[in-house]
Design a protein around this ligand. Structure first.
Ligand SMILES: Nc1ncnc2c1ncn2[C@@H]1O[C@H](COP(=O)(O)OP(=O)(O)O)[C@@H](O)[C@H]1O
Ligand SMILES: [Mg+2]
Length: 389
């Protein structure tokens, strides 16, 4: 089955599309990635997202405009993937949409909202769409995140030691597979969320992110600020747990800086980069991780990658590209896999990862142009992953 996965993470920088031919072969999930593309949001949509995210307040009118605007933007990217990568034929589109709120209350997730109305995608491509993948896990008592744990667990299951997958998006999340134990997955804290917010603040909006970590590299870590940031109880909460930009935003950073001696922009950036490295490393050490498979936009920040390496001298760090999963498209591929599982009647979550009472079938299905026909349900969930070139 040819599947297009669509994803935009909390950084709301771009819509990532990844295409794969996916099949089931006995107990193996066979994944053949065919290509991916990443298309930046238009400034209009991006500004509307930024203006609507917490702690800002918004209106139902703005939410409606966002749902349609993001839906149209996702549809345009799906259409490009269909034409440029799929030679005009695909069986399924799986759309994560754009998270605008992940509602965490005392550690429990009460709801989550991903915008990007799938009707636009189905209308433009003519292909059925699986969307809203997180809500069902939340209804089953889970965190609804990190959902990449399913693909990660299949990938890591074949590796020696205690391997983990780390994605450095707006938020950092890990999946850990210790021998003989059920997979664990959780958000460790911010990866780029605070870095991006601080850069926008310090440059008055001239830059969206600290390109190649240059600003941070010209500063020094401020111990008092790092200590203040590390005091956040989130880091000490046991897994399963998830978080988002409703928690890690600019006012959060400015509050942490209040009452401390002034810190320069460069030193703040260095400190925030170290914060990500320390919290990722603490999470890895707590679970005895020996090998780390890294993906996400944060892998393009050499300072961040070096700092993580320094914090974990005994852990082998490698990019997911080494396994045939492009580090900038791994999440989009993971969602392609989740939608594929849904239409084959296979749950996409691991209760040990999200904390749900049971593994649920994920998502909502929007028909394409033809009557909806689903494949025969799979006899069993896949247990191993085979990635073919
Ligand atoms: N060259 C780079 N240098 C530093 N940071 C980068 C670079 N390229 C991307 N990033 C960071 O990666 C983020 C996007 O990563 P991504 O994996 O798409 O996150 P998300 O899943 O939250 O959208 C950007 O917002 C930026 O912070
Ligand atoms: Mg992104």
């Amino acid at each position: 089955m040819r599947v297009i996965g669509l994803m935009s993470g909390t950084s709301h920088d771009a819509i990532d599309a990844a295409v794969a031919d996916i099949t089931l072969d006995g107990d193996a999930l066979v994944l053949r990635p065919l290509g991916h593309l990443s298309v930046a949001y238009s400034p209009g949509v991006r500004d509307l997202i930024a203006a609507s995210l917490p702690p800002a307040t918004t209106t139902v009118n703005a939410i409606t405009a966002l749902d349609a605007g993001i839906g149209r933007a996702f549809a345009a990217v799906a259409d490009r993937a269909l034409r440029e990568i799929c030679h005009d034929t695909a069986d399924l589109v799986v759309s994560h949409g754009q998270t605008v709120f992940h509602w965490v209350d005392e550690g429990a997730v009460r709801g989550t909202l991903q915008l990007g109305q799938p009707a636009w995608i189905a209308e433009v491509t003519g292909v059925p769409v699986v969307s809203d993948l997180r809500s069902r896990d939340i209804a089953a008592g889970g965190q609804g995140a990190p959902l990449v744990a399913m693909l990660d667990a299949l990938l890591l299951g074949g590796l020696p030691g205690t391997p983990a997958a780390l994605n450095l998006g707006g938020i950092a999340n890990v999946t850990v597979v210790a021998p003989g134990a059920d997979p664990l997955a959780f958000d460790t804290g911010p990866a780029n969320a605070l870095l991006d917010a601080a850069v926008v603040h310090f440059t008055d909006g001239a830059a969206d992110y600290d390109e190649d970590g240059r600003m941070a590299a010209s500063g020094q870590v401020d111990t008092a600020l790092l200590t203040a940031l590390l005091a956040d109880p989130y880091y000490r909460r046991p897994a399963p747990k998830s978080t988002g930009k409703e928690h890690f935003h600019l006012p959060y950073l400015l509050r942490a800086m209040e009452g401390l001696p002034p810190v320069t922009a460069e030193d703040t950036m260095a400190t925030l980069t170290r914060l990500t490295a320390v919290t990722v490393a603490d999470a890895c050490r707590a679970h005895g991780v020996t090998d780390l498979v890294v993906s996400g936009g944060g892998t393009r920040n050499p300072l961040l990658m070096n700092m993580i390496g320094q914090q974990l001298p005994d852990v082998r760090l490698r990019l997911s590209d080494e396994w045939g999963l492009p580090s900038q498209a791994k999440e989009a591929l993971a969602f392609a896999v989740l939608g594929f599982l849904t239409v084959h009647g296979v749950p996409g979550t691991l209760p040990s990862a999200t904390g749900a009472r049971r593994a649920a079938l994920l998502g909502s299905i929007t028909p394409g142009v033809a009557p909806l026909r689903l494949p025969e349900p799979a006899e069993a969930a896949p247990r191993v992953l085979r990635i073919e070139p």
